[in-house]
Ligand binder design. Sequence first.
Ligand code: PRT
Length: 226
Amino acid sequence: MNNDNGRLRIAIQKSGRLSDSSQDLFKRCGLKVSLADRKLLSHVGNMPIDLMLVRSSDIPGLVMDGVCDLGIVGDNTLEEHALQRQLTGETSAYNKVCSLKFGGCRLSIALPEEVDYQGVQSLDGLRLATTYPRLLNRFGEQHGIRFETCKLNGSVEVAPRVGLADGICDLVSTGATLEANGLKEVEVIYTSKAALISGEKPLSGEKAKTFDKLLPRMQGVLKAKE
Ligand code: PRT
């Protein structure tokens, strides 16, 4: 999809935990956003900006590959994607423009409640179900331990109960999902918030002018939330 029509293209989550807050942020910046028909690309009425509505997991790649100029995504998704690309030798560069004030969570290792947890070293050799194998393996390397990982893209918390894994490594916010599944959080391996990111190449021309107008408005909205 051609991205050189002079309009700033921003990728946001189509539906999910970050979508309402992302849309709300742009509305508070004064952008006339109409996303009712949920098209892939929505034109902003009063500024040369297009919002691309996609899955969160696609946003890092869209920005790193220059298909979108900016994106809003959780640090967890971004970091996992960057680590994966580094392994395969693909471009993984991006700039974090600013951290946003929503989407806060932590990526944690959790084990069945009945396990007598004896510290990080006792995790060595366990099979853990996760959507974030790269972040989990990096944590293992930092602590000199190895995990067997079982990659799941959903319902991670049921894996120990059905005998698929010894434990899990998943996102936690209130802790209610872990509790409902008889799991206890034993290690926080990463903390995350939503972030605004841009590609490695600096913006130029009309896009740079639009960005220079948008950024102070965003910073104002974020400051007002403090
Ligand atoms: O869009 P796509 O389908 O690709 O992405 P996604 O499946 O990751 O979407 P979504 O909407 O679930 O999450 C989007 C982003 O929201 C995540 O990448 C995080 O940055 C952020 N976020 C914040 C969370 C949570 N909090 C969270 N609690 N993402 C998921 N959860 C899940 C968690 O996986 C577990 O199932 O909520 C459950 C735990 O919640 P508690 O409150 O019971 O602890």
